[in-house]
Design a protein around this ligand. Structure first.
Ligand code: NDP
Ligand code: 8X3
Length: 252
């Protein structure tokens, strides 16, 4: 297979799906992952038809280390030459004061946003190391930069993504592997619907009174980070709607 390959986790919705569309448009072959297989198959059919690229869907839960190692680790050799890994799969659950937080929600956020990112990266990094080339883009959040009320564990999980991005950049330095952390602010995807466990009113209220980012806005920035010459690496990039100053201040 000739051409570049991108692996995008969490490609069944939001930023991941928009990144898949953008990278396919640019001619990348794609490995797309998520738990909702039907959506991955629809994405595969659409991107293959629209852009003529090859799309390899992988269905697994990033929290399950064995599944990540078996399913991702079992990729055919031709798909292991991954040029770009976008660690995007993630979520927030609820907004609650830390003394009233639900430990099951804490587990899910930490297991997905931190441990899932680690498990996926642990499989892919040696392939990049062997080729002495590659680019890892980790999706953090403005929540990594500014802690807000009731955001406690989600903010901590994204701070961990920030720290891990710095750690990866140091440890992968000898191999010429780029590591970029992209930290978006408020973006209207399925994120708030997931956070508020299907409550559409609560979810849409998050985005009233201002124009939020779209998945496409974030995908354009991720793509831009991947277009720079080999000697240039964007380390850390925060992108917000113009109406947002940080995770706390939004002009509505
Ligand atoms: P969406 O809910 O629209 O998409 C989340 C994606 O993550 C889905 O494809 C989902 O796939 C996948 N995912 C979630 N949990 C798992 C899991 N356990 N295993 C595998 N895949 C999983 O949200 P966004 O696109 O907005 O979010 C993408 C990333 O961006 C997240 O890391 C989020 O924290 C971050 N972010 C979002 C912001 C926003 O305002 N929207 C702002 C800043 C950061 P499936 O359900 O099929 O498994
Ligand atoms: C998502 C943005 O402000 O809901 O990471 O935490 S926020």
């Amino acid at each position: 297979m000739t051409g570049k390959i991108a692996l995008i986790t969490g490609a069944t919705a939001g930023f991941g799906e928009a990144c898949a569309e953008r990278f396919a448009r640019e001619g990348y072959h794609l490995i797309v992952t998520g738990r909702r297989e039907e959506r991955l198959l629809q994405l595969q059919a659409r991107l293959t038809a629209d852009y003529g690229v090859q799309v390899h869907p992988l269905t697994f839960d990033v929290r399950h280390r064995e599944a990540v190692e078996t399913v991702l680790g079992g990729l055919p050799d031709v798909w292991k030459s991954i040029d770009v890994l976008v660690n995007n799969a993630g979520l927030a659950l609820d907004l609650s004061p830390i003394d009233e937080g639900n430990p099951d929600d804490w587990d899910t956020m930490i297991d997905t946003n931190v441990k899932g990112l680690l498990y996926v990266s642990r499989v892919v990094m040696p392939w990049m190391r062997e080729r002495r080339s590659g680019h890892i883009v980790n999706i953090g959040s403005t929540a990594a930069k500014t802690v807000y009320a009731k955001g406690n564990v989600y903010c901590a999980s994204k701070s961990a993504v920030d720290a891990l991005s710095q750690g990866m950049r140091i440890d992968l330095l000898p191999y010429g592997i780029k590591v970029t952390a992209v930290h978006p602010g408020a973006a209207e995807t399925e994120f708030s619907l997931v956070r508020f466990k299907g409550d559409e009113n609560k979810a849409s209220a998050v985005y009233t009174g201002f124009t939020p980012l779209s998945g496409k806005d974030v995908a354009d920035v991720v793509w831009y980070c991947c277009t720079l010459p080999p000697h240039v690496c964007i380390n850390d990039l925060v992108i917000t709607p113009t109406a947002q100053a940080n995770a706390y201040y939004i002009q509505r």
